[in-house]
Design a protein around this ligand. Structure first.
Ligand code: GLN
Length: 543
């Protein structure tokens, strides 16, 4: 029997609902239950794929090729359960479905309305693709009171009514601010938020109260009384120094115990040693390395969420702290001096990106890493920029570029118009839609025998990694580039698409067309991040 836990947020946004959901998933899993986590996003876009990272942060890609909310990254990192297309839905997708049904005549002459047609489509999504899961933790994006969120709240209210408390639980995440002038925590915003939720027919069973200061027992009782929940169901959730300390912190406050009590379940004895060890490694590293990340969206770190986490995981694997220097690639275009920033780092990473702005700076950074023997990790766009750099500097092709920026003399990176997915050929043209048309999701890659990447992947011959790109390195330049020392050490099984390049005569210079950061987990750091940080540690002569 699958039970549904609905997580809503109130008072303000950015309270860490996603982390709360992920941590709850991890704790229930730890008690022996099978979990899935889902996110309902009330915005009108069909998916976040066409949104600027400044608007939305990172686009998280699933194995089955969906472009989703970054909270799904937290879900995967905390539970290890691979997320799917069916784990994230938006208002845009719901309406697309409802309107397609209307056009087909499926509603048999009815007036199509938010209730029941839109809410039914939302409920269908929440319950779809669920088999033997004990729990589906379902996070509702936004804040209670948002106009866009209303149909979602109405849908979960109906589910609570239809399935009853044996199969549903409503958890509300709120803020308990500390007012300096009064020297006190204030519970009123929480009371108001709960009232708003109750006005929509949802009575929260549990409250997760985010606070910067400890919530005393008296405040807990007060919140319980005013909000009509048991005092044990008020979970104080203080800020912690590492996101990986969240499961332990919430467990200590009784989060999973209270959920199980609600459902009249006992569950296994909690054993958090796996999390203890991760937190120990984060808090007590043996040393530190500095990685320069040369990107475009460096002022909004949510844009590189999985990347920052994967670097931390690489540090966990090597028992070091990874400090990240976020460097705006455009500074390398304006002044040569800026390259001095790169002299201070132990490794350089150029992450995924789109568009011409800042690309020359990334090419310079790749050149710096190559010539100065600094470990280099190019991810997607970062691989493409490294190939352009090698073609220009090593191959003497001064007109080498990517067709992403317009026509060029030597298109060493070009638009991908055809590729195979399973047994099917996927085709695209330059004038097509931008949304959802990239090469997306998990694809196989054959590793070259004896390559550095094969060593990193523990000798594997075939790997699967997640993609999100429209352009590819041009295989026609392979022989020339390999002759100059840049080897194509990973290819699609048909040998047509370059997936990995590396320079064997360099301490560690690897470019990958996929996004390894999406699959990295604290308890299972991605092999390429482990190897990259190891190379940076060697560079820093820490070992
Ligand atoms: N803009 C490049 C492409 O579309 C790289 C994409 C990326 O880095 N994710 O191929």
């Amino acid at each position: 029997m699958t039970r549904f836990i609905f997580i809503t947020g109130g008072v303000v946004s950015s309270l860490g609902k996603g982390l709360c959901s992920a941590a709850l998933g991890a704790l229930l899993q730890n008690r022996g239950f099978k979990v899935r986590l889902r996110k309902l996003d009330p915005y009108l876009n069909v998916d976040p794929g066409t949104m600027s990272p400044y608007q939305h942060g990172e686009v998280y890609v699933t194995d089955d090729g969906a472009e989703t909310d970054l909270d799904l990254g937290h879900y995967e990192r905390f539970t290890g359960v691979a997320t799917r297309k069916s784990d994230n839905v938006t208002t845009g997708q719901i309406y697309t479905k409802v309107l397609a049904r209307e056009r087909r005549g499926d509603y048999l002459g009815a007036t199509v309305q938010v209730i029941p047609h839109v809410t039914d489509a939302i409920k269908e999504f929440i319950t779809a693709d669920v088999t033997d899961e004990d729990f589906v933790v379902c996070e509702v994006g936004g804040t209670v009171g948002d106009i866009e969120g209303l149909p979602f709240l109405e849908a979960i209210r109906q589910m609570g009514n239809e399935l009853g408390p044996e199969r549903t639980l409503f958890m509300h995440v709120t803020l308990v601010p500390f007012i300096k002038a009064a020297g006190e925590l204030k519970t009123k915003p929480t009371q108001h938020s709960v009232k708003e939720l109750q006005g929509m027919g949802i009575k929260p069973d549990m409250l997760v109260c985010r606070a910067e200061h400890p919530i005393e027992a008296s405040d807990r009782r007060k919140i319980a009384q005013f909000c009509n929940v048991r005092p044990e169901a008020v979970i104080p959730a203080m800020d912690v120094d590492s996101i990986y300390a969240v499961p332990q912190a919430y467990h200590a406050e009784g989060l999973d115990d209270e959920v199980l009590r609600h459902f009249k379940l006992t569950g296994g004895v909690p054993d958090l040693t796996r999390w203890d060890e991760i937190v120990r490694r984060v808090r007590q590293p043996d040393g530190a390395v500095t990685i320069g990340v040369v990107g475009k969206y460096t002022s909004l770190l949510d844009a590189y969420k999985s990347l920052a986490e994967a670097l931390t995981h690489g540090g966990i694997a090597n028992n070091v702290k990874v400090r990240i220097n976020w460097l705006d690639s455009e500074i390398f275009e304006k002044e040569e001096e800026a390259l001095h920033h790169l002299e201070e780092v132990n490794g350089i990473l150029v992450p995924g990106g789109f568009g011409e702005r800042g690309s020359e700076g990334k090419i310079k950074a790749a050149g710096f890493a190559r010539t100065r023997q600094v470990p280099y990790f190019g991810i997607c766009f970062g691989m493409q920029m490294a190939v352009i750099e090698a073609a220009r500097s090593l191959g003497g092709l001064t007109g080498a570029d990517s067709t992403e920026f317009g026509p060029c003399e030597d298109p060493v990176v070009g638009l991908m118009t055809e590729w195979t997915k399973g047994n099917q050929v996927e085709r695209r043209n330059a004038a097509g839609d931008l949304g959802g048309t990239m090469r997306l999701g998990a694809y196989p890659c054959v590793l070259a025998k004896g390559s550095r990447v094969q060593e990193a992947y523990n000798g594997a011959d075939l790997i699967y990694e997640r993609h999100r790109h429209r352009y590819e390195v041009n295989i026609n330049y392979r022989a020339m580039l390999e002759g100059k020392g840049l080897h194509f050490s990973g290819l699609s099984p048909d040998g047509e698409l370059p997936e990995i390049v590396e320079i064997p005569e360099h301490p560690w210079f690897v470019g990958v067309q996929f996004h390894p950061e999406l699959k990295s987990k604290p308890f299972e750091p991605h092999p390429l991040f482990t190897a990259f940080i190891k190379a940076a540690v060697d560079k820093a002569r820490l070992v």
